[in-house]
Design a protein. Sequence first.
Length: 70
Amino acid sequence: MEWIIKGITSTATKGYDGAKADASRADKSIKYCPDCKQCYEIDNERYDYYHFYENFPRYGKEVKKCRMCE
Ligand SMILES: [Zn+2]
């Protein structure tokens, strides 16, 4: 059973690090659209490309309508 427990633990740790990286990145460029009630991010390299984040915490985010709602 031991190898199974190790496997689960390493996967969980990896997932946590990924979430942490996303959160710090979010502070800079993620905005909240009050019309579609979603957080979104404009791709830095392609300004016509939006990433939408469902159920992303809007707290602290700049409120700005996305291109679809403007
Ligand atoms: Zn919108």
